[in-house]
Ligand binder design. Sequence first.
Ligand code: PMP
Length: 351
Amino acid sequence: MSKFWSEALKRTEPYVPGEQPSQSDILKLNTNENPYPPSPHVVEAIQAAAQQQLQRYPPPSLDYLRETIAADQQLHKENVFVGNGSDEVLAFSFMAFFDPGRPILFPEVSYSFYPVYAQLFNIPYQEVPLTTDFRLPAEAFFQAEGGVIFPNPNAPTSVYLPLERIEAILQHNPDQVVIIDEAYIDFAEASAVPLINTYANLLIVQTMSKSRSLAGLRVGFALGQPELIEGLLRLKDSFNSYTVDRLAIAGAAAALEDRDYFAETTRQIIATREWFAGELKSRGFSVLPSQTNFVFVRHPAYEAGALYEQLKQRGIMVRHFNKPQIKDYLRITIGTQDNMKEVLAALDELG
Ligand code: PMP
């Protein structure tokens, strides 16, 4: 390997993805996937594309998918950049908008890919501590030298930052790009997308992996004013014009077009989340106010690490966090109502 990249990898602590067990009988609630399959129209569209289109390269401009996303978001094609999962879109965004030599800001407790990209691309960063009740202190992001990135709602905490606080961050950083990672926004109050026309420094990243049940297809996108999107397109075209394949284009567009299915599955997950959070609280858990498809919880009497192990022995996989800033928490993805009943039954057996 070249010296350049071996040095880059040496300074980078690798990202550790959540476990993906091969056994199908495991109740998998550890990586915030959707418990419902994608819309039946997605499967039909992918089958048709597989039969008719696979011998052709995908169109590098991705016009059809960009237009479908734009229509869904009430924007224009020129406001949309599409990539192979939002992880890839985030990587392009770090490269396009953040500089070595100018520190960026992100929350200390946040998506663990941000420090990885910063280290890899040699971008200095400062981690901003959350408040004691795990909220994002907007004022701490007011004077960024090199840009800002955070998820809203935040992960793994599930806590939402209201739009007026986001506007304050944008107004205080007119010369920096502020990236809002809205991976879980469809389970929350309101997206920052309507702010795009007002703020030239706002880039929003969303994914089809969560609310659209398409984690396996790998489609994510960025939304912003055309100047930012142009930067991302130039970068992508210099690496590989064909980052999104024809099956992904067909499946993602079909998912966006089936609005009823999306509305119904999302409504169901939110309802299950509210019910499950109430059940946990009645068992003595503290549950952070979630606006995502997962809950972030701890129990005063039981160690989260032990609960994690015991649930695992019963075939239920959740995520355990134990760092100085988040001592002994569990993150539990919201599955179907029956899935969550199973979790409660397992917890009751333990208690
Ligand atoms: N951002 C956040 C906050 C996430 O939790 C995830 C999922 N792990 C992603 C981005 C990446 O999602 P994907 O690459 O599947 O679009």
